[in-house]
Design a protein around this ligand. Structure first.
Ligand SMILES: Cc1ncc(COP(=O)(O)O)c(C=O)c1O
Length: 576
């Protein structure tokens, strides 16, 4: 087996090291790419040369200490009203450059959100996309990127266990064995999908398709579906999903005309929807009850990597439950998996559905959301919706004579929620998959999983912090907890400490008010949520960030010294 550290060193170099060790390479590839694209555009012999000189002058932190009102005042002073005559480019660079000095740096000590960091392939692809400013709405204005998108979506579909759509390759001239293989593959019923501007619009596409499928008979009777006719009947319909679903699902059920109140959150066990559970409030009990009451079950939305704790619903079990439901009620609700965060893990052996990993069953879903701008490390904006069955994707079809000509061209805008979209999402996704490959993702993801495990070990070694859930991905929620204080006081301390930590700006772990089961009772509590993500984050950064948590808790407690003396002593002694 190859040495993990060697592999990590190799693949980590696809990301800019915030301490500057590979800054030269970063500039080299950015220059090279810009040179190529400017040459193509201007037909001149261009040579872009952005270089750097100098040493690091300050410690790395996630932001400087400028407070929010000072930032607002600076923006106000720079331009209160829209300028009458405009400013020079020099003034722009000076003003904007100064203002942005206080912006957040998503570096190795930023451990609090699922935020992609410093990918060089994505950056290099992204600057060219910015420059070219094409539009993936129609092939006419993105004759290359349209197919880069088709290919990247196919790669993701395949990793999720779907048959990739290869029909776009039908007209290329191939010979021999490779042609035979391709022809065979093209004949298989294929999946489809597209890049979106994020997980929210990907989920929206899935819910619209679920809704259109649920009222399919309308198409038969009136030659038009619910998308054209609207929800005209008094349809009483419901969508089910985890109580830990992303907030977009409830919102989008409203936007799709299903009704946000008709999104029914079911109970979970250890933060996961358990398909075998039949107790009141479970998925099975709620689905069967709804169907018996005559409600139409439009769909079930499972989460593969919850936003809060990264836990994965029982995907295989839910797929089986839908089989059972279909046998009994003679229709099959749409099964969507929201893997906006967890989708990237399909490239890791421990998770791969093809290797019976933790995401097994994802291939049985009708649609899947994967956000490249999360665990596939592209820059924003890049989401992706995949449909197992191409026919489902076609339910989103919209024509427009001026744009979508019937000449065999591939017009992605016809089948998506978004209209115009820059090339970034597609090119960045393609470039990241192209450079890192399966092994690159396996390596980088293993690294962030190791860091999460390391943090868990540190927390568990103390007596004043507790881990709040089973670790399944690179998300870990924990809190400071003193049993001598009320829940309210513990909450207050965690919340205040996080604010102090953020203001200090040296490291970042987010703070959230989350639903947890505490002593058998479901309650909202204040927690720290760590998400190690940066490929250059090391154990020392985790040590540093956890030390910052400790410092913030200590300073919070010491401001209430007379009440909390004992607790401070315990933390200072390493919580022992
Ligand atoms: C599980 C899940 N679904 C959907 C989304 C929404 O994604 P986006 O912010 O890209 O719209 C998120 C974002 O955190 C998420 O965690």
């Amino acid at each position: 087996m190859e040495n993990f550290e060697i592999l990590l060193g190799e693949y980590r170099n696809y990301f800019l090291d915030p301490s500057g060790s590979n800054l030269k390479e970063f500039l080299h590839y950015s220059n090279k790419m810009l040179t190529k694209v400017l040459q193509m555009y201007t037909k001149r012999d261009v040579k872009v040369k952005i270089s750097y000189v100098g040493e690091r002058t300050a410690e790395i932190s996630i932001h400087d200490k400028t407070d929010s009102s000072t930032i607002k005042k600076k923006i106000f002073d720079a331009a209160f009203e829209m300028p009458e005559n405009g400013h020079s480019l020099d003034e722009l660079v000076d003003t904007l450059g100064d203002l942005l000095q206080s912006e957040v740096c998503f570096n190795t000590k930023f451990l609090g959100q699922m935020h992609p960091h410093d990918s060089i392939p994505s950056f290099v692809a992204g600057i060219t996309a910015k420059f070219l400013n094409g539009n993936t709405v129609a092939e006419e204005v993105s004759r290359v990127t349209t197919y880069l998108e088709k290919q990247a979506v196919g790669w993701l579909a395949e990793a999720c266990g779907y048959n990739p759509d290869l029909t776009w390759l039908e007209d290329i001239k191939l010979e021999g064995k490779i042609k035979e293989v391709l022809d065979k593959m093209i004949e298989l019923p294929s999946s489809s999908g597209n890049i979106t501007c994020g997980g929210t619009t990907a989920n929206f596409a899935a819910l619209l398709v679920a809704r259109n499928k649920a009222f399919m008979e309308d198409i038969y009777w009136r030659k038009e579906g619910v998308a054209e006719a609207g929800l005209t009947k008094k349809e009483d319909c419901v969508v089910f999903g985890s109580e830990y679903s992303h907030y977009s699902i409830e919102k989008l059920c409203g936007y799709a005309g299903i009704g946000s109140k008709k999104f029914i959150k079911v109970n979970t066990t250890d933060k996961k929807v358990d398909a075998r559970d039949t107790r009141p409030g479970s998925l099975k009990q709620m689905m069967w009850q709804a169907a018996k009451e005559g409600k139409k079950v439009v769909g079930v939305v499972a989460v593969a990597g919850t936003t809060e704790t990264g836990n994965i619903d029982d995907l295989e079990g839910i797929a089986n439950l839908l089989d059972e439901f279909e046998n009994e009620f003679e229709y099959r609700p749409h099964f969507h998996v929201d893997a906006a965060h967890g989708g990237g893990f399909v490239f890791h052996d421990l998770y791969s559905p093809k290797k019976n990993g933790l995401l097994k069953g994802i291939n049985r879903a009708d649609s899947i959301t994967v956000d490249p701008h999360k665990m596939l490390y592209t820059h924003y904006n890049a989401g992706c919706i995949l449909f197992k069955n191409k026919q489902d994707h076609y339910l989103l079809k919209q024509t427009a004579d001026y744009l979508f000509k019937n000449d065999g061209s591939c017009n992605l805008g016809q089948f998506r929620v978004e209209g115009s979209m820059g090339l970034e999402g597609a090119i960045q996704t393609w470039a990241s998959l192209f450079c890192l490959g399966k092994k690159g993702y396996q390596t980088i993801l293993q690294h962030v999983l190791d860091l999460t495990e390391y943090l868990e070990g540190k927390i568990k070694a103390t007596t004043c912090f507790e881990v709040l859930h089973k670790r399944e991905m690179n998300i870990l929620c924990f809190r400071y907890y003193n049993p001598e204080f009320s829940e309210e006081v513990n909450n207050e301390i965690n919340k205040e400490a996080q604010k102090r930590m953020y203001d200090t700006g040296k490291a970042y772990i987010s703070n959230e008010n989350q639903l947890h089961t505490i002593a058998g009772e479901k309650k909202k509590i204040e927690v720290f949520r760590a998400i190690p993500m940066h490929p250059w984050t090391k154990r020392e950064d985790i040590d540093f960030a956890f030390e910052e948590v400790n410092n913030a808790i200590c300073s919070t407690l010491s401001d209430r010294e007379k009440y909390f003396q004992r607790s401070i002593a315990s933390i200072k002694n390493g919580g022992a």
